[in-house]
Design a protein around this ligand. Structure first.
Ligand SMILES: *Cc1c(COP(=O)(O)O)cnc(C)c1O
Length: 361
């Protein structure tokens, strides 16, 4: 098989040992004669997978006992609805607007409650992050996006907040070592850093749920928690793969080690970008994401040529989000450091071939 490096923002690269184990167990899970895809979600086998995934996530993230862990569906996008529905009651919801995903969260919340933006970095195209402000008590929660997947910024220091902090952590959960206690609720679609698409993880402090009567059952955290994520059929196969990824993270040294590696990988690329004569990053250094790194040449033509050339060399899915253009390298946990080294080497070669607005190949 040809060696490629997959820089996709999501669904994204998974650890090779996990994929191999999936392959080995695909036709008969633990001698059952059935694939995980064929197991009842009420079987002992699957209940063990689900419980195991929760135990591992609790251990890896240091999730306190007074938080529920929910394995849901609908992606992070459904959380844009579920969070205000469950947490806002009759109060306002406050938001920090740091990019496209924040904006989507705000738009959805506005349909259900009064959503107020208390800080924003829109004035400079989201190339930096505003301070997370103190928020008045008349808001039920403050929503932030810890990592802005499209714009390439991340919050590293989370301030103490009097009202519950809700975090969309879709693109840096398990990559940055956050303290769960700093948040009232964390949610993440799995397809960026946890496992396959189809699974959404919610970590929520117990006292925040069950406060709104008669919610539609599937949208009620309390129902999901009471039923241990088995109110209906959960995404069984995605949960199984996620559990294997969590085992892999543990065996590699845990989240702190993931963050250390991610810092090393990101530093390689940022250091190169900052001294390059043709590539650059628009994000202010203090706010640069470890997992999603947008960059550009300043010329659409040259960007296109670079993408074409990169693809030919096996560096794939580097096209920037359509709203920002250019390139984007997503370096999630499973992305190997060797891939970043080889990529920077490739960029150096490309830069040498580029002279005075022309490419000499
Ligand atoms: C990808 C992403 C989303 C959307 O996730 P879905 O699971 O596709 O709904 C939301 N927020 C952030 C920060 C993301 O990176």
């Amino acid at each position: 098989m040809e060696q490629i490096y997959n820089f996709s923002a999501g669904p994204a690269v998974l650890p090779q040992p996990v994929l191999k184990q999936v392959q080995e167990e695909l036709l008969s899970y633990k001698g059952s004669g059935m694939s995980v895809m064929e197991l009842s979600h009420r079987s002992e086998w699957f209940e063990e997978i689900l419980a195991g995934a929760e135990v591992l996530l609790r251990e890896l993230m240091g999730i306190p006992d007074n938080y529920k862990v929910l394995f849901l569906q609908g992606g992070a996008s459904l959380q844009f609805t579920m969070v205000p529905l469950n947490l806002a009651h009759s109060k306002k919801a406050a938001f920090v607007n740091t990019g496209s995903w924040s904006q989507k969260a705000i738009q959805e919340a506005q349909k259900l409650t009064e959503a107020v933006v208390v800080a924003s970095s829109e004035d400079q195209n989201f190339h930096y992050l505003p301070e997370i402000p103190e928020v008045p008590k008349d808001a039920s929660y403050l929503h932030i996006t810890t990592n802005n997947t499209i714009e390439g910024t991340a919050f590293f220091d989370i301030p103490q907040s009097e009202i519950p902090l809700v975090a969309d952590m879709s693109s840096n959960i398990l990559s940055n070592d956050y303290r769960v206690e700093d948040f009232g609720l964390i949610y993440a679609g799995a397809q960026k850093n946890i496992g396959p698409a189809g699974l959404t993880i919610v970590i929520v402090r117990e006292d925040l749920i069950g406060q709104v009567p008669d919610l539609p059952v599937m949208l009620d955290y309390a129902v999901q928690a009471k039923n241990h994520s088995l109110y209906n059929t959960p995404p069984t196969f995605a949960i199984y793969v996620a559990k294997l990824v969590l085992e892999w993270i543990k065996s590699e040294g845990g989240v702190a080690e993931m963050e250390r590696r991610n810092r090393e990988k990101a530093a390689l690329l940022y250091t190169y970008l900052d001294q390059s004569k043709i590539f650059s990053s628009s994000v202010e250094p203090a706010f640069r994401s470890l997992t999603n790194i947008p960059f550009h040449t300043g010329s659409e033509q040259l960007d296109a040529l670079f993408l074409q050339e990169a693809k030919r060399q096996g560096f794939i899915n580097l096209k920037g989000h359509r709203s920002v253009g250019g390139m984007r390298a997503s370096l999630y946990n499973a992305f190997p450091i060797l891939g970043v080294e080889e990529f920077v080497h490739f960029m150096e070669g490309f830069a040498v071939k580029y002279k005075g607005g022309k490419i000499y190949v």
